[in-house]
Design a protein around this ligand. Structure first.
Ligand SMILES: [Zn+2]
Length: 85
């Protein structure tokens, strides 16, 4: 038997699903706390916790590092083109 989201109108059912999700997230964090808190050294020179990965990728320092890397690559490519000509 399959139920569509719209079919669940019983608030207690919704509440129990929500509760289950909360508990699942809690268990996941407990089980993976080491993994989540593990510090990662980024190539940009910063250190960030695993759970902060997405946020770190958006930081100014990391973005500037990414831009620099791209520029370096472009310069390297240009040099290669000049050499091959
Ligand atoms: Zn970084």
């Amino acid at each position: 038997m399959t139920k569509k989201v719209g079919d669940i109108d019983d608030e207690s059912v919704v509440a129990s699903i929500r509760q289950r999700n909360v508990e699942y997230a809690k268990k996941y964090r407990q089980k993976n706390s080491e993994k989540i808190r593990r510090l990662i050294e980024c190539e940009c020179g910063s250190t960030y916790a695993y759970y902060n990965c997405t946020q770190h990728m958006r930081t100014k320092k990391h973005c500037q590092w990414m831009e620099t890397q791209q520029m370096m690559k472009q310069i390297a490519d240009l040099k290669k083109q000049l050499v091959s000509k």
